[in-house]
Design a binder for this molecule. Structure first.
Ligand SMILES: NC(=O)c1ccc[n+]([C@@H]2O[C@H](COP(=O)([O-])OP(=O)(O)OC[C@H]3O[C@@H](n4cnc5c(N)ncnc54)[C@H](O)[C@@H]3O)[C@@H](O)[C@H]2O)c1
Length: 438
């Protein structure tokens, strides 16, 4: 199939590369010339495990192309995926300007039938707006061409995006007409050889499904974080509580970890946008208001721990910070809890040396020279008063604890991701303060 993917970011590039991998002829469009230039040079604009190989293989095979030329991109694909950003507007609602601009671009240029697929996370009713924008542009041209609009939300996780796309646990398709449903089923058939995981539904339900999924996941995190805070005061251990409740199949173990708050490009904005949708429709989503409030507070937990240990004036103090990306497996710094912590430390006069296995470069783009950057985790410790852990990269799980103890001025680890056993840390002579641990 000939496919165009509009927006070559975390979702668009993975979608385009994986669709090419199964044999489709894919053209990825982005308005960011620097991004497309990099891709033409064989350099990926983002870090995503395994993606570089898939991109290189399919570029070499002539199935994956990149462009900034909108005429070419509209002409190319019978299927046009919209995978542009939907950042929060000032009032928390999803800003649809990029989605609507992409739709208008299609309406201004199309000359034959297109299936236009909303892959961006968009509020209920967006497919109708996309349809109206295309119809409006066609009317201006005096044309009445057939087209379908489909909602096909993306559930991939950054850090495992290629794997998630190649082996999806579900493919949600919101569509109204048989031709579009047939096209989408054919497109996704190669990704579900084992058994069909397609859920075909009406467009509004598909749009709501994506927000419901992210809101539920964010709710589990905030719930566990608040319980961890309570456990800490009560002298209980949240790790034991987690196992105690995760064993109930109605609850399950996944996504039950407490920590220093969720970040990233999706949960914060999607929780806000869904609340806004509720508000606009006279249905207040009180649970989500609490989820957001709890998360904002949780992002302050590490700074609170630092202050209670060293006092509010941190001038002359230096902290090593392990993990800058919002989660392991990505270089994405959007809404990362590390940023809240860094702001809090710098505002109190401290200096910070950060280390991240892949996000140092992106962190430097965001933070510039506000902090120092180390080339490896142990170098970050030199001259530091304590080690603060913000992202649970695998390489932090079993570090050289003796070296940590020797390097730090105070043998203290404040762990926002509960990576270690408190008793083992005590036995090593390290002070260890985690989230909700005894
Ligand atoms: N990142 C994730 O893990 C994830 C997962 C599922 C869903 N989503 C959703 O997917 C969408 C995209 O997210 P992302 O993280 O890939 O964003 P991103 O910011 O990484 O990429 C978006 C890209 O779209 C480009 N763009 C904007 N307007 C354009 C236009 N008119 N034509 C062509 N290109 C245009 C931008 O230059 C940018 O490169 C969002 O709605 C997001 O909520 C993201």
């Amino acid at each position: 199939m000939k496919i165009t993917v509009i927006g070559t970011g975390y979702v668009g590039l993975v979608t385009g590369a994986c669709l090419a991998e199964v044999g489709n002829d894919v053209l990825c469009l982005d308005l960011d010339k620097a991004k497309i230039d990099k891709l033409h040079e064989g350099v990926l604009p983002i870090y995503e495990p395994g993606l570089d190989e898939v991109v290189a293989r399919n570029v070499a095979a002539g199935r994956l192309h990149f462009t900034t030329d909108i005429d070419r991109s509209v002409a190319h694909g019978t299927v046009q995926f919209i995978a542009v950003g939907t950042p929060p507007d000032e009032d928390g609602s999803a800003d649809l300007q990029y989605v609507v601009a992409a739709a208008r671009n299609i309406g201004q240029r199309m000359t034959d039938y297109k299936v236009v697929v909303d892959k961006s996370t968009v509020p209920v009713g967006t497919a109708e707006k996309v349809k109206a924008a295309i119809a409006d542009e066609l009317a201006k041209r005096g044309l009445s061409l057939d087209f379908s609009v489909v909602s096909n939300p993306e559930f991939l996780k950054e850090g495992a995006a290629v794997e998630d796309f190649m082996r999806p646990d579900r493919i949600v398709i919101g569509a109204e007409d048989d031709q579009a449903i047939h096209t989408m089923r054919a497109l996704y058939h190669p990704f579900q050889r084992n058994h069909d995981r397609t859920l075909v539904m009406d467009i509004r339900s598909a749009e709501l499904t994506k927000y419901a999924a992210n809101a539920m996941l964010a709710t589990r995190i905030s719930f566990m974080n608040e319980l961890a805070n309570l456990a800490e005061v009560l002298g209980a251990d949240i790790e034991l509580v987690r196992r105690g409740i995760g064993s109930d199949p109605r609850i399950g173990y996944s996504f039950l970890y407490s920590g220093c708050g969720y970040g990233g490009s999706c949960f914060p904005k999607d929780v806000k946008a869904l609340q806004k949708t509720g508000e606009e429709n006279g249905v207040p989503l009180r649970v989500l208001a609490a989820v957001e409030e709890a998360n904002d507070a949780q992002k302050q937990r590490l700074i609170d721990k630092v202050v209670s240990r060293f006092g509010n004036d941190l001038s002359g103090r230096r902290f090593a910070l392990w993990g800058l990306a919002f989660k392991p497996g990505t270089d994405d710094m959007r809404e990362a809890p590390s940023l809240t912590l860094i702001d809090g430390l710098l505002a109190r006069g401290a200096t910070v040396c950060g280390f991240d296995p892949v996000a140092n470069h992106e962190a430097h783009r965001v933070l510039g020279e506000r902090i120092d950057y180390a080339e490896n985790p142990l170098d970050a410790l030199d001259g530091a008063d304590a080690l603060l852990i913000v992202t649970e990269w695998k390489q932090f799980r079993a570090p050289d604890f003796d070296r940590i103890k020797q390097s730090l001025k105070t043998p203290l680890i404040i762990d926002g991701r509960n990576l270690y056993e408190p008793a083992a840390m005590r036995a090593l002579g390290l002070e260890y303060d985690a989230i909700g641990r005894k």
